[in-house]
Ligand binder design. Structure first.
Ligand SMILES: Cc1ncc(COP(=O)(O)O)c(C=O)c1O
Length: 429
């Protein structure tokens, strides 16, 4: 058996797509019994920054804290009695699993949920809380593809129904139900809808509905730079596997987009942009600090993408805040990546002479008045003249860097800057 997702057939050329605006409207009626009609809120910060009216569709406020309940419930509720009795399986980086878990619990269907080891603990715990005794969580491998493979084997062996996280017409139609809700709440179609992209389920659904019902609305998908699988598919003209995937944006870290999702996104004429992970971290912090919104990395992709988009002043833009399942232990890394991205945090390897007063001279001569040492890791070696220290410095202003570098240069100390993202950086920091 070949691992799923590698062989590609353009299903859109074979038969008319089973996802249409009508299947999305039908899904909307089905999921209404379990899905919250999440608020659509005008955001002052982003409106001011862009000169447009920027609205946030708060899917982070779903009972499962992401839009994923829409697709999962739309699929499972359509299973007949025999299929429900066999139970369901799914693979998920965490949020789809929560949707499946709640759907299982509400419909009394047994579910086995495969998650990769990279799934944050917070998400694993939520799956168990939502699904109760109706679900089992099985941790396997370290990527979404590993979990998918294991779930497929289970489904083949047990006859349980696979509930795909994105690549199934019923999942896609369910995710698409966000679109009619936005238009109803706004009272008219927005000029632009910006939303995150992982495997492409959300954008395939929303893009299909908007292209049919409101073709003047522009749909823009935002994906992480380290997992730009929809961009790769657009470039290649078909879904292609990425050579490597950065797991940081765990909701959207998908190596290959779907066979169903890709042609729908292409035919809807959606645009795709990529977002740098450091910039995404800064936007997560702004959402938290300025707007009081806890967004997970994937949930902040759409608003983070606004900076790089051409937005007509006065236009109406809706950004989908897709999920809010952020593990609190991740904020340390998020802060760090944001500081590095903003040019405020720098690391150096400094070789100190092994003599009294060397550190005092460094503090007096090299450190500027607003420079803050955030890391000092020093190993004194008795049999050497110099001892190396790894030093992290946080600046108050990114423009303070040239001065710091000049003073380091003048200090006669051996100094090596540790470039962010380099192998040395990953090893040391
Ligand atoms: C919060 C969140 N946003 C966006 C995505 C990307 O979704 P899709 O695979 O539908 O493109 C996911 C996927 O799990 C997610 O959990």
């Amino acid at each position: 058996m070949e691992r799923a997702g590698l062989a590609w057939v353009d299903v859109s050329n074979a038969v008319p797509s089973p996802v249409t605006a009508a299947t999305i409207d039908a899904a909307a009626a089905r999921v209404a019994e379990v899905v919250s009609r999440t608020p659509l809120e005008l955001n002052a910060r982003l409106s001011q920054a862009t000169g447009a009216q920027v609205w946030l569709k708060r899917e982070d406020l779903q009972p499962v804290r992401s839009y994923k309940i829409r697709g999962a419930y739309n699929l499972i509720v359509q299973l007949d009695h025999d299929a429900r009795a066999r139970g369901v399986v799914c693979a998920s980086a965490g949020n789809h699993a929560q949707g499946v878990a709640l759907a299982c619990q509400r419909l009394g269907v047994h579910g086995r949920i495969f998650v990769p080891g990279t799934t944050p603990r917070q998400k694993r715990e939520r799956i168990v809380t939502l699904g109760g005794t109706d679900v089992e969580v099985i941790v396997v491998g370290d990527s979404y593809e590993d979990a998918l493979w294991a779930a497929q084997l289970d489904s083949d062996a047990s006859g349980a129904v696979m509930v795909p996280a994105f690549d199934d017409p019923r999942t896609i139609s369910g995710q698409g139900t966000v679109a009619p809700e936005i238009v109803e709440q706004l009272g008219s179609a927005p000029d632009v809808v910006v939303l995150p992209v992982g495997g492409g389920g959300l954008i395939a659904g929303i893009g299909t509905w908007l292209a049919d019902r409101h073709p003047a609305t522009r749909t823009v998908g935002a994906e992480p730079m380290g997992a730009a699988s929809m961009t790769a598919a657009m470039d290649a003209g078909r879904p292609v596997p990425l050579e490597s995937v950065d797991p940081f944006v765990d909701g959207a870290a998908v190596g290959t987009v779907g066979q169903h999702t890709y042609p729908l996104v292409r035919d809807a004429g959606a645009g795709i942009v990529t977002v740098d992970e450091g910039h995404l971290c800064t936007e997560m912090l702004r959402l938290y600090q300025s707007d009081g919104i806890i967004a997970e990395p994937a949930g902040a992709l759409a608003t983070a993408a606004l900076d790089g988009l051409e937005i007509e002043p006065g236009s109406t833009v809706v950004c989908v805040v897709s999920g809010g399942n952020n593990d609190v232990s991740r904020y340390g890394e998020i802060l760090e990546r944001s500081l590095i991205h903003r040019g405020l945090k720098h690391y150096f390897l400094v070789s100190f002479p092994q003599e009294p007063g060397a550190l005092r001279r460094f503090l007096d001569d090299v450190l500027g008045p607003d420079d803050d040492i955030t890391l000092f890791d020093y190993v004194k070696r008795n049999n050497r003249e110099n001892g190396p220290a790894l030093i992290g410095i946080e600046l108050a202003d990114r423009n303070d860097l040239p001065g710091l570098l000049a003073r380091l240069d003048d200090s006669q100390l051996g100094v090596e800057q540790v470039p962010p993202g380099s192998p040395m950086f990953h090893y040391l920091v």
